[in-house]
Design a protein. Structure first.
Length: 92
């Protein structure tokens, strides 16, 4: 599902809003989520799940083609943990 698909799904349910306004609303939600995660805060959506930014430290890995050791730099990664409600919806 793409952002356009989300707008097309949400728009008929938002009575009184134009399709353009619905697209702006969806864009605003995603922009707010992005800014929140960039600042390091977590997002908890009840009935859906949690988005959390984790810090991964620098570590040593291996190049799978050559077997040579390489250093994998420290970075931040985004993790998602679905809520029990979402898990139950996916696996009734």
């Amino acid at each position: 599902m793409t952002k356009v698909d989300i707008v097309d799904t949400v728009w008929p349910k938002l009575v009184g809003f134009s399709k353009k306004e619905s697209a702006e609303l969806v864009e605003l939600v995603f922009e707010t989520m992005k800014e929140t995660l960039e600042s390091g805060d977590k997002i908890k959506i009840s009935g859906f799940g949690n988005f959390v930014v984790r810090e991964k430290r620098k570590r040593v890995g291996r190049n799978p083609q050559t077997g040579d050791e390489i250093t994998i730099s420290a970075r931040r990664v985004l993790t998602f943990k679905p809520s029990q409600v979402l898990k139950n919806a996916l696996n009734p």
